[in-house]
Ligand binder design. Structure first.
Ligand code: IPE
Ligand code: IPE
Ligand code: MG
Length: 263
């Protein structure tokens, strides 16, 4: 592989990148984000840049997820929401979808004991009922067996769409009004939030998007009203080394959050 390509793919190895220890030293525990959301993007391009089929990127992406979960547990972050499959990703070739679902099933099956040991509580948001049986079954099993864990909440967005989530919330509120259980005037932001898939989980403090695109791609539309964004050209599989995730945390700690007010 050409040197420039290696440098590009593993950009953290460039001399300008601060080391992991240095980054960790910069972290202020009290200023860590409580909830980090990640759009796990760039798997395909990561593989293609190495002359490999896209599927290798998805596998490497799973390994990055494993590492980032470990790091979050280690740092005491409360919630990690990861975008694994969107409602629009069904537009991809059937073969790629099948491979993605298998990888997911494999990841949950392989990692479940370890996640449980790490006191991780697995949650899933999205239309799980439309997933293949095996993936659905594994997810249900992992949710049930980690439900009482009170460490990191690993919230997996699967067959998830932000617009669909808002429509679902509106539907369940409308049904309550129809049944006479709710007055329309009683609907406020707090109640609306309680009808989202993320009910009970605070909004993300930090949203990370790898792979260089500056868009939301239908992720957590309601919840990101005041979330801090962090973007990088590095691809999601590159996050395996902690450097990019730690860099995002360090950058987040320097942000001034005003929520429309003044400091
Ligand atoms: C993210 O990587 C994984 C999913 C969307 C399921 P991509 O597959 O979108 O990778 P790129 O964006 O084509 O590089
Ligand atoms: C967003 O990535 C969805 C996931 C990472 C699961 P996409 O690759 O689907 O986003 P677009 O198509 O570039 O907006
Ligand atoms: Mg993509």
């Amino acid at each position: 592989m050409k040197k420039e390509l290696i440098d590009k793919v593993f950009s953290f190895k460039g001399s300008k990148q601060p080391g992991i220890l240095q980054l960790r030293k910069q972290l202020i525990r009290e200023r860590l984000p409580g909830h980090v959301a990640v759009i796990m993007d760039g798997n395909g391009r990561w593989a293609q840049a190495k002359g490999l089929p896209r599927v290798f990127g998805h596998r490497a992406g799973m390994e990055a997820l494993q590492e980032v979960v470990r790091l979050c547990v280690d740092l005491g972050i409360k919630v990690l929401t990861v975008y694994a499959f969107s409602t629009e990703n069904w537009k991809r070739p059937q073969e790629e979808i099948g491979i993605l679902m298998n990888l997911l099933y494999e990841y949950v099956q392989k990692e479940l004991d370890e996640l449980d040991r790490q006191n991780v509580c697995i949650r899933v948001i999205g239309h799980i009922q439309e997933l293949p049986f095996r993936a659905r079954h594994e997810l249900d099993r992992s949710r049930a067996s980690t439900a009482n864990n009170d460490g990191l909440i690993l919230n997996i967005a699967l067959n998830y769409g932000g617009r669909m989530e808002i429509v679902d919330a509106a539907r369940s509120l409308a049904a309550k009004v129809r049944d006479g259980a709710l007055e329309p005037e009683a609907i406020d932001e707090t109640m609306f939030e309680q009808h989202l898939y993320t009910a009970g989980i605070p909004d993300p403090d930090l949203l990370i998007r790898p792979a260089g695109d500056f868009r939301i791609s239908n992720f957590l539309l309601w919840q990101i009203a005041y979330t801090e964004f962090w973007n990088t050209n590095a691809y999601w599989p590159d996050f395996k080394d902690h450097v990019h995730f730690l860099s995002a945390l360090v950058a987040f700690q320097k942000r001034e959050r005003r929520y429309g007010g003044l400091l």
